[in-house]
Unconditional design. Structure first.
Length: 293
């Protein structure tokens, strides 16, 4: 189905969405321009642009990001980044490794880091990060009247998300089944230990030696760990390669341009209200688990 378009690349994305950050980082690292369509999400703000009929015609799940490439939609952040890399291999960074052994590892991170509805929340690195974000979403939903959230969620096309967001609005994030949080903390630590191992194996400076899509995944995920008060886990002696790596990621121009420039005042004030400047109460647990991986 062709979607109306004006520029080669048009990106439907949301400022603080982790998957949107990855897509924007991909464009910045490739040095490619895109026409921006900013879509406010129903779990962040009562505007709820992701569930408008116009947006559902572009993404039937009501999710961001969607890339429209010459009128053809491409879904899922990692697929979007790989797609633009394949379309313009010579522009900017080559984001998909060219040699077979690194390709296999890039593919592992592609799967492991993805926010994928077909996997249970918290069972992979990519689905663990959103679990840790639930307190922020609960705070943002709490600021919307119950009736508004109920009316918006009634038209959410993905039952799992509809139920999750309603539950967050009604009960907050603390009602999460304990095994989901347990699983998420374990998957997070497993992912951090693997990343630390990759940096040791290839000698850096990037996850697989040269900069790649896997680093884009990490940049967005580490930024989110900072949002949820768990950034100190990246300084833990059990994962000694991560702190320098995180500094290098933050010093790339794409980080400011694709991530921090898009900070949302509502999101930022929710973080302040929940954690302030203190680390998350989960930090000790994360540090303990890092030692066992
Ligand atoms: N598999 C998709 C997941 C996209 C996704 O879940 N996006 C979130 C924001 S990070 C979203 O649109 N949430 C709003 C909703 O589900 O209503 C990807 O990797 O891009």
């Amino acid at each position: 189905m062709a979607i109306p378009w004006q520029q080669e690349f048009e990106l439907y994305h949301c400022n603080e969405s982790l998957c949107s950050q990855k897509a924007r980082l991909g464009f910045l690292e490739k040095g490619l321009a895109f026409k921006s369509h900013h879509i406010m999400l129903c779990d962040m703000n009562a505007d709820c642009q992701n569930l408008s009929p116009e947006h559902l015609a572009i993404n039937s799940k009501g999710q961001v990001p969607t890339l429209v490439h010459n009128g053809e939609p491409v879904y899922d952040a990692h697929r979007i980044v790989k797609h633009i890399d394949d379309a313009h291999p010579k522009s900017g960074e080559r984001l998909w490794p060219t040699e077979a052994p690194r390709q296999a590892l890039a593919d592992q991170w592609f799967q492991l880091g993805m926010l994928d509805d077909s996997r249970r929340l918290g069972t992979t690195f990519g689905t663990a990060i959103p679990v840790l974000t639930l307190p922020i979403l609960a705070k943002l939903l709490e600021r919307q009247p119950m009736a508004t959230v109920a009316a918006n969620m009634a038209r959410h096309p993905v039952p799992m998300r509809r139920e999750l967001f309603m539950r967050l609005r009604e009960k907050g994030a603390s009602e999460l089944p304990p095994e989901v949080l347990e699983g998420a903390l374990d998957s997070l630590c497993q992912g951090l230990a693997t990343a630390n191992g990759n940096l040791a194996e290839f000698g850096g400076p990037w996850l697989l030696g040269d900069f790649s899509l896997a680093d884009i995944t990490m940049m967005a995920c580490f930024h989110r760990l900072q949002d949820v008060g768990l950034e100190a886990a990246l300084q833990d002696p059990a994962v000694p390669h991560l702190s320098g790596y995180w500094e290098r990621l933050q010093s790339r121009p794409s980080y400011a341009e694709g991530v921090t420039k898009w900070h949302d005042p509502g999101w930022r004030s929710a973080i302040e209200e929940i954690w302030g400047i203190v680390p998350s109460p989960l930090l000790d647990d994360v540090r303990r688990r890092l030692r066992t991986h």
